[in-house]
Design a protein. Sequence first.
Length: 75
Amino acid sequence: MAADDEVFGRSSRFIFHWFLQEQREEVASMSDLLSIVERASESNILLAEDYLARNVVGDQGAPEAGAPQAAGGTL
């Protein structure tokens, strides 16, 4: 029983750490995007669209190495 609790605890900590890391990355990506849109809105809002067409913002939903497996298998 104690061994099961230890494995569950380790797995939970791993998933929680991964989740927090993902949230920090999302906040950073959206903060960058917000600053770009705010700067573009001062002169020409279409500059934000041009920026997005040329640059990747965030991970675009790509599976990340080290991410926990999806429940029920691959999505």
